[in-house]
Ligand binder design. Structure first.
Ligand SMILES: C[S@@+](CC[C@H](N)C(=O)[O-])C[C@H]1O[C@@H](n2cnc3c(N)ncnc32)[C@H](O)[C@@H]1O
Length: 425
């Protein structure tokens, strides 16, 4: 048997990182989807975490890494060529993760076979010489990939794109949502009731109050949709697309009688863990909303629709490499079908909140404008400043849109669109 590579320490981790990048860049999978298969051979959780971290940093810094690689090759390597992938992995380690050069290159070379190894070695050495002489330098901020950059520049302008680049450079703060306004002994920045912003990368499960279920992790922007529904006072709420349960927990702790529906049994396991830990109550249904229907109309319906998820690019750097115009159009079509199906489940006088963690108007503003044209029994119930966290204002027509520029000085928030509608008749 010829398996000499097995002896190289750390190689299996880099092979896993390569498989992760292949899954994202070639097959359009997310890192989370790709993790089980790509890292299955790694038994140590810290090796799995390192493979994920290498791949995530390659995805975040790809524009800058590729510019360095291209500066050192006469013929441009194809985007998905293995030598380019091996070089991205080696350079991300040296330049971002502070891995020693010899460790980075000795684990990158075995990722390619035959002649291209010389090429990888040559390009790596040239780039390192450029770095040492000061000719090449990693920019201060990573740059979002070209297709997204063009789309967001067109839709939102350059300030938003610059803010997105800045937001991408740093780990996101840890936002906690609490059951009550009692945040115990924890210290952080309070940007809204029942909320606390803490520094990034804290081990959340070790924080006081976690085991007791006093709080859960939830980006501030993600908490807005449920805030707009106010106190439940025992009224009935359908939380549609509910797993892993962040919004159900907010609604249950605000006194709503919640029925939570999601089609993913796996995500509903996390939902059960969350509700178990926080000891909050909700009726749980695992079903496809296109098949299921409620026994009775509800006082309020929250649809946290499946979307492109481009608004959560800070935490999921794969998203901007997988999502393009076709995927956005597909997601928008799915949202339209879901909205049309669930709209009749709202009582007359009741509320429908629609939310997406997307920075694409097709899934947000345009989706809701088109919905209102199809369903004239609904109207926007305008959101007021008083209902929103500090530094976030409603849009001109009373909806909510968070962008990379939102709360930039406080560490940014995820990109969301939220509309609150009332059923008039
Ligand atoms: C944005 S996530 C929901 C996050 C959740 N609301 C929270 O706050 O924790 C979207 C969810 O939609 C679910 N989903 C997608 N299509 C669905 C369908 N046709 N029926 C029911 N759930 C669906 C997915 O399984 C996923 O859990």
């Amino acid at each position: 048997m010829n398996q000499p590579n097995k002896a190289i320490p750390g190689l299996a981790t880099r092979q896993s990182a390569l498989r992760l990048l292949d899954a994202v860049c070639r097959r359009g999978e997310t890192l989370d989807q790709a993790m089980p298969a790509a890292t299955g051979k790694l038994s140590n959780p810290s090796d799995k975490a390192l493979a994920h971290n290498i791949a995530a940093n390659v995805l975040r810094w790809m524009t800058a890494l590729d510019a360095m690689i291209d500066s050192a090759t006469r013929n441009r390597l194809a985007d998905d060529a293995k030598p380019r992938m091996a070089l991205r992995i080696a350079l991300a380690q040296v330049l971002i993760l502070d891995t020693p050069q010899h460790a980075a290159i000795s684990t990158a070379l075995p990722l390619v076979h035959g002649g291209p190894r010389r090429l990888v070695h040559g390009v790596f050495s040239t780039v390192m010489r450029g770095i040492e002489s000061g000719e090449l330098k990693l920019p201060e901020y990573p740059e979002i990939p070209g297709e997204t950059l063009d789309r967001w520049t067109h839709n939102w302008g350059e300030d938003v794109v610059n803010a997105a680049n800045h937001a991408w450079a740093k780990p996101a703060p840890l936002d906690l949502s609490f059951q009550t306004d009692d945040i115990g002994a924890l210290e952080g920045e309070k940007l809204a009731p029942k909320q606390l912003r803490m520094p990034p990368n804290l081990p959340v499960t070790g924080l006081p109050g976690f085991d007791e279920g006093q709080f859960w992790v939830q980006d501030l922007a993600a908490s807005i949709a449920a805030r707009l529904l106010g106190e439940g006072k025992g009224r009935t709420m359908l939380d549609l697309c509910a797993a892993p349960g962040g919004k159900t927990m907010q609604l249950a702790s605000a006194g709503w009688n919640v029925i939570s529906v999601d089609s993913s049994a796996k995500r509903m396991e996390r939902f059960q863990d969350n509700l178990g830990r926080t000891k909050l109550q909700a009726e749980e249904v695992i079903a496809d909303l296109m098949q299921w229907q409620p026994a009775e109309l509800a006082d309020a319906v929250l649809l946290d629709a499946p979307c492109s998820a481009t608004g959560i690019f800070r935490r999921h750097p794969d998203v901007l490499h997988c999502i393009g115009a076709r995927q956005i159009a597909d997601r928008a079509e799915g949202q339209l079908a879901l909205l049309d199906r669930i709209a009749p489940w709202v009582k007359v006088g009741g509320t429908l909140v629609y939310a997406v963690c997307s920075l694409e108007p097709e899934e947000g503003e345009e989706q809701i404008n088109a919905f209102l044209e199809r369903h004239d029994q609904f109207a926007i119930d305008p959101v007021t400043v008083a209902e929103l966290p500090e530094h976030i204002s409603p849009t001109e027509n009373g909806c909510v849109r968070t962008l990379p520029t939102t709360l930039a000085e406080q560490g940014h928030v995820d990109g969301f669109f939220i509309a609150r509608l009332v059923r008039k008749d």
